[in-house]
Design a protein around this ligand. Structure first.
Ligand code: NDP
Length: 446
């Protein structure tokens, strides 16, 4: 895995981070011409390689996480046999799961919010009921478990489910690409309309594909895949119960930490309406695959690993890891909320007294509070949590550290990209900010 991740060219990292979750307040790129030839992610070559390389990575990591060796450096890699890849139950469960969440999406629960203003001056409405979806599907699952449903069988189904999620991502992206030719031209994403079918299929042509009021992109962002991730984790916990009589402390920690992260994303669902994914990107393979296959099958590798490689965790070790996750979450949540609040209403009492510097755009930059500590305190918090998710798995294998390694590379790359965008936006004011707050993510280190 080391080899895979560290040699991933920057275009892959770029593609991955754009397709992931939890990006409140990302800014839309500057408007471009409506038939744009500017290409991201390595252009056509990237559009061909990424849809091959990333699904294989998902299958490889899923397969290795369940193997006794759990070695990502083994060569040749352990290849799953055909019957390990397919189970007729997998498509039924996957499609049933997506259908359940589609139903929960349309239920009149929670409030309705408006997105940012579109190019034609209108604003779309979005139901803010993802957290309801998490709770209701959680209760339904508990009922099923209470009735004796063997949730631990998800362990055996992991690979077939990943295969189906990848297949669904491809088929769904083909559908999205074809239907995009029937939408009015103002409904296309700037940048997704180059005329090159491979690239447009990959990057996404249509900005807000909807069936009636049902927004396909918004639905996929935080629901079936993200909630699916914690359900898979729960399945691994139940498998452990089947094998050993009770869940281990390590498994409980991994499940709880990641559930907290997902619940937080859904609780703050409204913030997704201002992200680059919703505001700028078309809905194509890049986002579909990230939402439906990459997140649920690679973010929770630790739980699958723990089923095969139980770890004894001392009380002191557990307390230290819990404290690390708690500190990470506190920094992540407080810093994101502080900036969101400041951007929404700089006169709000919680942010009004913070020191700021003016920029030529009229927007101000925070130079005290969390954003005076480092230039990306939210990344710092996120990375501390990522580390806390891996530590319960011990130090014998690299695989459980996949997420934290991948995420560190991704966030360093993302930070670099954001710096360049901010320097272009704010010019001298940004340089002043960098002098006042010299460290990017890790105080006194980086
Ligand atoms: P950020 O929330 O870090 O936003 C960056 C923007 O914030 C800048 O472009 C700028 O935009 C504004 N900004 C920067 N510095 C200041 C300042 N000092 N004062 C005021 N505004 C400032 O964006 P991300 O979308 O990258 O990250 C959001 C969260 O999502 C993070 O916690 C991150 O860790 C997480 N994330 C998680 C992923 C996952 O897969 N789990 C993937 C990617 C991100 P402007 O000035 O125009 O408002």
């Amino acid at each position: 895995m080391h080899k895979y991740i560290i040699t991933i060219p920057s275009l892959l990292l770029h593609a991955l981070h754009r397709s992931l979750i939890m990006k409140p307040n990302s800014q839309p790129l500057k408007h471009r011409s409506s038939h744009d030839t500017e290409r991201e992610f390595g252009g056509t070559l990237g559009a061909i390689c990424i849809p091959i390389f990333l699904p294989l990575t998902v299958l490889f990591l899923t397969s290795v996480s369940r193997s006794p060796e759990a070695s990502v450096l083994q060569w040749p890699p352990p290849l799953p046999s055909a019957d390990q890849l397919w189970d007729p139950l997998a498509p039924v469960l996957l499609l049933g799961w997506i259908a359940l969440h589609a139903l929960l999406y349309v239920l009149p629960l929670g409030k309705v919010s408006e997105g940012l203003v579109l190019r034609d001056g209108t604003r779309l409405k979005y139901p803010i009921n993802g957290f309801h979806g998490l709770c209701i599907s959680g209760v339904l699952l508990m009922l099923l478990v209470g009735l004796g449903a063997p949730l631990g069988y998800l362990f055996e189904l992991l690979l077939p489910l990943a295969v189906c999620a990848i297949a669904v991502s491809f088929l769904f992206s083909v559908y999205l690409y074809i239907r995009s030719f029937w939408v009015p031209s103002h409904g296309l994403a700037l940048g997704g309309n180059t005329g090159n079918p491979l690239y447009d299929f990959f990057i996404g042509r249509e900005l807000n594909p909807r069936i009636g009021n049902f927004d396909l992109k918004y639905f996929c962002e935080l629901r079936p895949g993200l909630i699916g991730w914690v359900v898979i984790n729960l399945g691994m916990l139940m498998k452990e119960v089947e094998l050993r009589g009770s869940p281990s402390l390590a498994m409980i920690l991994v499940n709880s930490f990641q559930l907290l992260y997902v619940a937080d994303a859904l609780w703050n669902e409204e913030a997704v309406l201002t992200t680059m994914d919703i505001v700028h990107d078309g809905f194509g393979f890049m986002l579909v695959f990230g939402d439906l296959a990459w997140v649920p099958f690679t973010y929770g590798l630790q739980a699958a690993f723990l089923v095969v490689h139980p770890q004894a965790l001392s009380s002191l070790g557990a307390a230290t890891i819990i404290a690390l996750n708690g500190i990470g979450y506190y920094i992540f949540r407080k810093s994101n909320s502080q900036k969101n609040q400041f951007r929404r209403d700089p006169s709000h009492p919680s942010v009004a007294r913070l020191e700021t510097i003016a920029t030529a755009t009229g927007k101000r930059l925070l130079v005290s509070g969390w954003w005076g500590l480092v230039r990306h305190p939210n990344y710092l918090g996120d990375l501390l949590m990522a580390l806390a998710w891996s530590l319960p798995c011990g130090f014998s294998h690299l695989l459980p550290y996949f997420y934290v390694i991948y995420f560190t590379v991704l966030l360093i790359h993302r930070e670099d990209r954001d710096e360049r965008q901010c320097r272009a936006k704010y010019g001298l004011a940004w340089d002043t900010y960098c002098r006042r707050v010299p460290y990017r993510i890790f105080p006194y280190i980086y």
